[in-house]
Design a protein. Structure first.
Length: 77
């Protein structure tokens, strides 16, 4: 779900648009490690966002992602 959340943010998609993209775009499913028969719906995507917000994990996780990228000579904008 974290990879779905990242794509959700990177592509600035709504919850329904993220669900649709997972059905339509094979590379997104591959990045998230999902199979066509087991995709999260828009409600699950929203619940995961609320979970991250409720526990203050969004910023912490993205700091870790940015640290990992920086250690590999990459920058995410």
């Amino acid at each position: 779900m974290f990879r779905v959340h990242c794509m959700h943010l990177f592509y600035n998609l709504s919850d329904p648009a993220m669900e649709d993209a997972l059905y339509e775009i094979e590379s997104m499913r591959q990045f998230a490690g999902l199979k066509l028969d087991r995709l999260p719906d828009k409600t699950t995507i929203l619940k995961f966002l609320h979970f991250l917000e409720r526990h203050g994990l969004g910023k912490v996780l993205f700091q870790e992602v940015n640290k990992h990228l920086e250690n590999n000579g990459l920058i995410l904008r």
